[in-house]
Design a protein around this ligand. Sequence first.
Ligand SMILES: Cc1cc2nc3c(=O)[nH]c(=O)nc-3n(C[C@H](O)[C@H](O)[C@H](O)COP(=O)(O)O)c2cc1C
Length: 267
Amino acid sequence: MFVDKEKCKQCGGCYSECPYQLIVEGKDEFPKLRLAAKKTCIACGHCVAICPVQALTLPEMPVTPELTPEQCDKVARDLRVSPEQADQFLMSRRSIRTYKDKLIPRETIEELLSVATFAPSAKNGQPAQWIVTSNPEVTQELVGHTVHYMAINNVFPGVIKNWKKGIDMILHGAPHVAIAHASEDGFHPAEDCSLAAAYLELAAHARGIGACWAGFLMEAAEGCRDLRDRLQIPEGHGVYAALMLGYPKYRYPRIPRRWDAKVRWLD
Ligand SMILES: Cc1cc2nc3c(=O)[nH]c(=O)nc-3n(C[C@H](O)[C@H](O)[C@H](O)COP(=O)(O)O)c2cc1C
């Protein structure tokens, strides 16, 4: 069953919000799923989630199981944040480069990865696949590969010099690194992985966990065979995001300044 006619109030939310207009008004004036849905539905779940009376169930599609209202968490009114809270939360996130010698529990990292799946992705493809280190020695091993790659390519001599002195300028001694890769053949794999990483970073911030993008490691993971092999990056996959993760040693009591937004209004 797609629509429970006893419950449906014919509010039109499901028609209006379906990204591919796969829901139409049937002869009986209730929503009807078009046949094209079998091929075109991207399983975003909007039709089920938007229904205020839980009247819709999205049937099983070739690539997804049935989606019922009960499977969709309620938006809890008492958890809503004010604009001031949201703005402070977003503006107080910082790239963290000094970490405590303390591991993040695996369940907590799993929570972060789970939140990251809610980032927008082209056609709801959610293509990001993650590799996460759980052992600081392995994290440092990845740094070693990155520095070696830099040395071979004769770039960033300062980073190499510091590494020889025991200073890690690649992952800043973070105990973990989370690396997102995806097939290069997707619609927008770089954007999808970057957004997932941004969500992950914000979910970390909410839990008092520090993160920082690891651009050097990302570059090495694109070009360095040894590092790709160690990470077991599949052929045809790009490495589109990498985040150091760990508990921050220091707290920021202030928010630094940023440039004013550059905007040109088109009237
Ligand atoms: C794509 C990307 C790559 C980055 N690579 C590095 C990096 O390799 N090392 C590092 O310390 N910070 C890196 N950063 C963090 C930026 O330096 C940081 O976001 C910026 O200075 C602003 O600071 P904030 O994040 O605390 O606001 C990277 C950020 C992005 C978005």
